[in-house]
Design a protein around this ligand. Sequence first.
Ligand SMILES: [Ca+2]
Length: 267
Amino acid sequence: MGLFTRAIIVAVALAMVRSAHPLGFAPWQPPAGANLPVYRYTVVRTFPHDRDAFTQGLQFLDGFLYEGTGLNGRSSIRKVKLETGEVLQRRDVPAQYFGEGIVVWQSELFELTWQSGVAFIYDRATFAPRRSVKYQGEGWGLTHDGTSLVMSDGSDSLRFLDPATFDERRRVKVTAAGVPLRALNELEYVKGEIFANVWQTDYLARIDPKTGRVTGWVDLQGLLPARDRASTDVLNGIAYDAVGDRLFITGKLWPRVFEIKLTAPVK
Ligand SMILES: [Ca+2]
């Protein structure tokens, strides 16, 4: 193949990549070789979302969204009215901390910080600070499985923590077809599985909490249309309404929260 032909092919390929990913995020593909099912989605409804919320944690409980936001000086915990996006309650985090994942557990709300090695624990009803705990490594995502808090730290590990003490009970390494899956971000426990955003991608991994094995992917490409991606950041934020069996997805600085249903996997 001549140099000119190669140059044309490269140029066309680059143009295709750019049009599909206007912010320059490389298209990510799940690791090949496993033949894991790839689920797609349909949008059921959309709801407004605060475009200034750099979403790091999301949970749906008793009719409301609980949200944690990040960035130094812009981190907060929030209680949000799903239908309108209205922030009903909010507590800002001191500017030296970069807020990360949150989870409501019983009467408390836990909030990780990115690189400070400390989690803040608030009264769920008033958001008044109650206590803080220390942990090793970075803090990324947080959810619970009904018994333990589950935490990601940017690696391929998920830690299972005692909610009373924050002590680690166990951890699993997450693998897809034997390959470590790193950059696990926001988490959600959904009907016995853990759903995890893979950071900087539009994919969720469906993880078996016992073994850490990825059992499938959710391909959320196209959820936030390209025309709405300007001035936004990556997909991040999964919340599950166990009562209504509804799944919500948003992203950092996204203008909307999407209620989706998963559809049959692509062969
Ligand atoms: Ca979540």
